[in-house]
Design a protein around this ligand. Structure first.
Ligand SMILES: [Fe+2]
Ligand SMILES: [Fe+2]
Length: 228
């Protein structure tokens, strides 16, 4: 599940949902935008809710978790709560490899933003490329036969359909899919596109799931159950 967007007013608590997920699944995967504004106080509220989770929790941060410039403290709070927060690393849980990186924007296919022109554009593109290089390094570390890739940004357009076309380039980058397709993976999960579609594929045919909380899942719940 992704895009929890935990807010300081704590209008929504995830305690019951985490309890339910713990009974249904072996691992909880969180695909970023865990907090709404990246405030440490929001991360603390999520850390409280995570106490209701009795299974391993692994995931990545999203762009919202960077908003206040306190992502390091947000990360520390979530790690202290037991979450395996991946930022260009991998880990193995029960024989399954998990690779995590936030990813970045930049667009898709031939219409991807290229490194041309002003320094600010080049910096933007280099951020997107950097994320894919970190993803590639993490993928190389995996020894498990089954692997799940955890992203915040979308690697394909299939799973962002229904979002306005104008914002597609800000929802992800196919540089991520190009990197992943060099490896064999069991599933790729992402969030960020709240109005996208649940299921898609990379150009190499590997399954991609948009698990943002707002997306309609086959089980009718805010979370998806994936068997890999
Ligand atoms: Fe979000
Ligand atoms: Fe996001």
């Amino acid at each position: 599940m992704g895009d929890l967007h935990v807010r300081e007013d704590n209008a929504e608590t995830y305690r019951d949902l985490f309890g339910e997920i713990s009974r249904e699944a072996d691992v909880l995967v969180l695909t970023g935008d865990l907090t709404d504004l990246g405030k440490p106080k929001e991360a603390e509220l999520l850390a409280q809710d995570l106490k209701a989770c009795s299974i391993p929790v692994v995931g990545v941060l999203g762009n919202h978790d960077y908003e206040c410039g306190a992502h390091e403290e947000v990360s520390r709070i979530l790690r202290d709560a037991g979450m395996k927060l991946l930022d260009g690393q991998s880990c193995e849980i029960d024989g399954v490899g998990f690779v995590g990186v936030k990813g970045f924007a930049g667009g898709f296919g031939r219409r991807m933003l290229g490194s041309f022109g002003e320094p600010a554009i080049k910096q933007f593109v280099s951020e997107a490329m950097n994320e894919t290089l970190r993803l590639e390094n993490a993928m190389r570390q995996v020894r498990a036969k089954r692997t799940m890739v955890i992203l915040h940004y979308a690697p394909v357009t299939d799973t962002i359909e229904s979002e306005p076309l104008e914002i597609y380039p800000f929802l992800g980058s196919s540089r991520l899919a190009e990197t992943i397709d060099r490896f064999k993976v069991s599933a790729i999960v992402h969030g960020h596109a709240h109005r996208g579609r649940f299921e898609g594929r990379t150009p190499g045919g590997q399954p991609v799931y948009n698990v943002a909380r707002h997306i309609e899942k086959p089980n009718g719940k805010p979370y998806a159950i994936l068997e890999i």
